[in-house]
Design a protein around this ligand. Structure first.
Ligand SMILES: Nc1ncnc2c1ncn2[C@@H]1O[C@H](COP(=O)(O)OP(=O)(O)OP(=O)(O)O)[C@@H](O)[C@H]1O
Ligand SMILES: [Mg+2]
Ligand SMILES: [Zn+2]
Length: 337
């Protein structure tokens, strides 16, 4: 950690306490406790066995430049959320995980690129907002600590939009480049389900950090999930992991856990396809109600065990982003100064 320059400002506060700052690659780091323990263990061998008093800081790594792809200014990482088919809870996951990242201290945005059902504004209780423009850039709507832009703001409700290839890629590009996102650590993109034009446009026009695939236990057994994962492989978009949504049911009365559609399918699939498994989100009426009322669970009940599940998923995801950027950076030869 010292060699990686992750430790700063070491000061002896008193003979029993060493103050130091640890700079992480994400504020959502899942290893904080372990790092604290390791530092205490390292200090324990010193005379008097002082304890560490740690200040946490972070510098979120950025997905590096990829030739022929235009960076989105100020946005360090673009994470797409996809699914093999519709209705698996992709948008609900995208929104709650984005809020979790923001609550953990990361500057986070959501881009709703689901042309067939752009419902992120509804999930965030912002469906009546109208984004403004300033200096020829669209200003994102801010809700619950995150910035958000949706195709839903620009099409008429209840009128299904017919999107053809060029129009579609134009719209998606506009949401990336003509929106004033400011400085963001993570931009979470809610993609349409399946494998189609938006996925293609996204992966071709910008350096995407990677993609997350959401599935339910019952559709793990179908070919759809595998196909979605394969598509990202084909498009050379790194697979950051698989989330199993509606994984199990916790009875609100007795707390008993019921695995309605079996257990472990998504995890096994992730292992088979050699991608990380990011976690299991239970089927819970509070998650659905939160979406319906425009107040996601992460906002209405941030201290619940259920919110902790989303935070764990968000931490695992942030860790995968760091790993991915680290691996990519190690392939870039260092320039001699
Ligand atoms: N873990 C969960 N527990 C209970 N209900 C959930 C859960 N996740 C999602 N839902 C509910 O399932 C429905 C579908 O979720 P959502 O709209 O997020 O799915 P989607 O995959 O984005 O769908 P679409 O393909 O239409 O975009 C919603 O009513 C949502 O509230
Ligand atoms: Mg959706
Ligand atoms: Zn019960």
């Amino acid at each position: 950690m010292v060699e990686l320059k992750m430790i700063k400002d070491i000061t002896v506060l008193d003979p029993q306490t060493i103050g130091l700052t640890v700079v992480l690659t994400t504020p959502a780091c899942p290893l904080k406790n372990r790092i604290h323990d390791d530092i205490d263990a390292a200090l324990a061998v010193l005379p008097g066995s002082p304890k560490a008093q740690i200040k946490w800081d972070s510098m979120v790594s950025r997905t590096g430049g990829i030739p022929n792809k235009q960076q989105v200014e100020g946005v360090r990482n673009i994470i797409s959320v996809g699914a093999g088919k519709g209705g698996v809870g992709k948008s609900t996951c995208a929104v709650n995980v984005a809020i979790a990242l923001s609550q953990l201290g990361a500057r986070t945005g959501v881009l709703d690129a689901d042309v067939y059902g752009p419902n992120v504004p509804i999930l965030l209780g912002a469906e009546h907002e109208k984004p403004m423009a300033e200096n020829e850039k669209i200003i994102p709507i801010q809700r619950y600590g995150i910035k958000m832009i949706s195709l839903g703001f620009f099409i008429e409700p209840d009128k299904p939009a017919i999107w053809r290839g060029p129009m579609l890629s134009g719209a998606v590009r506009q949401f990336l480049f003509d929106v004033n996102w400011g400085e963001l650590d993570y931009l979470v993109v809610d993609l349409p389900p399946g494998t189609g034009d938006v996925q293609l446009t996204m992966s071709q026009s910008i350096p995407m950090t990677g993609a997350v695939v959401v599935s339910t236990p019952q559709d793990v057994s179908t070919a759809d999930v595998g196909r979605a994962i394969q598509m990202f492989n084909t498009l050379k978009v790194p697979n950051l992991g698989l989330i199993e949504n509606m994984s199990y049911f916790l009875c609100p009365h007795c707390g008993e856990r019921t695995e309605i559609f079996g257990h472990g399918g998504a995890k096994a699939l992730a292992e088979r396809m050699n991608i990380p498994f990011l976690g299991e989100i239970p089927l819970d009426h509070r998650i659905r109600e939160g979406g319906g009322q425009g107040v996601p669970l992460m906002v209405s009940d941030p201290d619940s065990p259920l919110a902790q599940v989303y935070r764990d998923v968000a931490s695992s995801l942030a860790a995968q982003v760091s790993v991915r950027n680290f691996k990519q950076a190690s392939f870039i030869p260092l320039r001699t100064i």
